[in-house]
Structure formats: structure tokens, C-alpha cells
Design a protein around this ligand. Structure first.
Ligand SMILES: NC(=O)c1ccc[n+]([C@@H]2O[C@H](COP(=O)([O-])OP(=O)(O)OC[C@H]3O[C@@H](n4cnc5c(N)ncnc54)[C@H](OP(=O)(O)O)[C@@H]3O)[C@@H](O)[C@H]2O)c1
Length: 283
């Protein structure tokens, strides 16, 4: 029996991990939200690690507000960089394996081909830089770690592009969605399965992995498919725009190459459209 602690349990990934937990009966999983295990409170985190048996910690907690991070960089770094460093040190002290979730925003988006794990990083905003520093801290303090970079998360829990699109369409709002960025929408349910699959595999080499669903698209392409699957494509006022100003600059191209994950785990990765079908049934 492996004892797994999930931090950030109330986020969209945290809730997805909880949703599929009983598909992994060999794991004893404990879920903690910010009030029980705060990345900004090293004393509280140390108490958690002292009190509970933990073999693996999954860090699904993060400061994820990309635009807001430009306005409050200290908080973003305090959580994503320093908080992750404190967590990594605790994992090292307690011989706990850390599965840490990171992001496509560690790249500048100037590539034209999918980014593999060797691709040079060059984050362009506070959020990406703070997550990149978190990755460095994990590598510096731990040998037993998985860093799993993912992209464009959405799912049945919490706020995300899918739930926002459906809410706005229900309110008969006209929607203008950007074609400026290319990436891959990734189901939090599929990511949760991938993370637990990496752990369950037993002999997955430690290190960095990219995991997203398959098939590049734009936010506009994602919106079109959402409304096609929801049966609202004819009734929703949906338009595309090449340029959509945001406070934080975003990588224009952030497709991740899943090859390492697929060959190591010997598991195919499904297209994002197929994953969306499942998520829609869970809403
Ligand atoms: N969302 C995306 O599109 C995306 C894309 C690529 C990678 N990622 C990465 O994937 C991971 C999961 O993202 P997500 O979309 O599930 O995020 P999310 O829904 O925003 O959830 C993040 C969770 O972290 C918690 N949290 C924030 N500060 C904390 C702290 N100081 N201590 C403990 N918990 C704290 C939040 O708690 P509260 O509920 O109390 O605020 C929230 O429940 C993150 O590492 C993120 O960087 C996300």
C-alpha cells in the first residue's frame, strides 16, 4: 500500500485526483486543501509530514492566476517558487517522492514544433517564471521526483475555459475567442490518471515528463468543439479574433511533446476531443 498525500486538493486537478482515487485501490490517498497544508506555511507543512505516513506527495497546489501574477509577483513567487522549495526540502528530509505539476508556460512560445523535455525553457511572464523556479527547486533538493508539465487544463471541477464557455453561452453572450495561441486542451481527469499511472507503474524513471492530450488547436477551435458537443454550435454567437489583449503575455505556441511519457509508460494518449466527451458527461 502506497501512502499518497495530495496538496491543493480543492483545485481542478486536486478534485479530479479525488474523483478517480478509487480506481487505484493500492493507494491510500489523503487530500489536503490550503487550510490544512499551505505552501506558504513551512511550519504547518512540516507538521503534516511529521504526523502522517507519506510515500509520495502530489503537489497540485499553485498560484495559477496568470494575469493577476503580473500585479502580485511576490505572492506568485512565494507560492510557486519558495513554497515549492520548502515542500521539496521536506520531501527530501522524509524520503518522500514528489510528483510536482508544472506548465507549458515555462516556454516562450516561439517554437513551431512540439516542445520535448530537452527543449530550452524561457518563461515570458511572472506565472511561468515562478513555476520555472519551482521546477529548479525540486531538481536541486530531490533525486526522487517527477515533474509533470501539462497545458491548457480544463475539467468537470472548478473554473476553467470549458465551464466559462458553457456559462456564457447559457447567458446568450456573444463570444469572441482568440486564434492567436496554439496549444492542447488537457482534461484534468486524463492528467490525474497519468499522474497516478506514473506512480502505479512502479518503475517509472524519476525526472521530467510532458503530458497533455493530443492534437493542437486554438482557444477558438476548443470553443467550437465545446459548442458542437454541447449541441449549441448553431445557437451560440461565436466569432474568432486573431488578437485578444491580455494583461500577461502568453506563449503563442505551447504544444508539448508526449513521446517520453508514451514510450516510458507504454500507454497511448487520447485526442483532446475524445477526452472532452468524457468531461462533458461529468458536468
Ligand atoms: N490551469 C491550467 O490551465 C494549467 C495549465 C498548465 C499547468 N497547470 C498547473 O497544474 C497544476 C494544477 O492546476 P489547477 O488548474 O488544478 O489549479 P487551480 O484549480 O487553480 O488549483 C490550485 C489550487 O492550489 C491551491 N493553492 C493556492 N495557493 C496555495 C497555497 N499557498 N498552499 C496550498 N494550496 C494553495 C488553491 O487553493 P484555493 O482554492 O484556496 O485558492 C487551489 O485549490 C498547477 O501546478 C498549475 O500550475 C495548470
Amino acid at each position: 500500500m502506497k501512502h499518497i498525500l495530495v496538496i491543493g486538493a480543492n483545485g481542478q486537478l486536486g478534485q479530479s485526483l479525488r474523483h478517480i482515487a478509487d480506481q487505484f485501490p493500492d493507494f491510500s490517498m489523503r487530500f489536503m486543501g490550503r487550510s490544512e497544508c499551505d505552501l506558504q506555511d513551512p511550519i504547518q507543512m512540516a507538521q503534516v509530514f511529521k504526523k502522517h505516513t507519506i510515500d509520495i506527495c502530489i503537489n497540485a497546489a499553485a498560484y495559477t492566476a496568470v494575469d493577476q501574477a503580473e500585479k502580485e509577483p511576490d505572492l506568485a513567487y512565494a507560492i510557486n517558487a519558495r513554497g515549492t522549495e520548502d515542500l521539496a526540502k521536506l520531501c527530501a528530509a522524509h524520503q518522500v517522492t514528489l510528483a510536482h505539476i508544472s506548465t507549458d508556460y515555462v516556454f516562450d512560445g516561439k517554437a513551431t514544433l512540439p516542445y520535448d523535455e530537452q527543449a530550452p525553457t524561457a518563461p515570458i511572464g511572472v506565472y511561468g517564471k515562478s513555476k520555472w523556479q519551482g521546477e529548479q527547486a525540486v531538481k536541486e533538493h530531490l533525486a526522487q521526483y517527477y515533474i509533470i508539465r501539462t497545458s491548457w487544463l480544463y475539467g468537470p471541477f472548478g473554473h476553467n475555459f470549458l465551464t466559462t464557455m458553457l456559462r456564457l453561452a447559457d447567458q446568450n453572450k456573444a463570444l469572441t475567442i482568440t486564434t492567436e495561441q496554439t496549444g492542447v486542451p488537457t482534461s484534468t481527469i486524463d492528467l490525474a490518471r497519468a499522474i497516478l499511472g506514473i506512480i502505479a507503474h512502479g518503475s517509472t524513471p524519476y525526472g521530467l515528463y510532458h503530458f497533455s492530450n493530443e492534437g493542437p488547436t486554438t482557444w477558438y477551435g476548443f470553443a467550437q468543439e465545446i459548442f458542437t458537443q454541447s449541441g449549441q454550435i448553431e445557437t451560440t454567437q461565436l466569432a474568432s479574433t486573431e488578437y485578444y489583449p491580455t494583461f500577461a503575455e502568453r506563449p503563442k505556441y505551447s504544444v508539448l511533446d508526449n513521446e517520453k511519457y508514451k514510450t516510458t509508460l507504454e500507454i497511448p494518449v487520447r485526442h483532446w476531443r475524445e477526452a472532452l466527451v468524457e468531461v462533458m458527461t461529468l458536468l
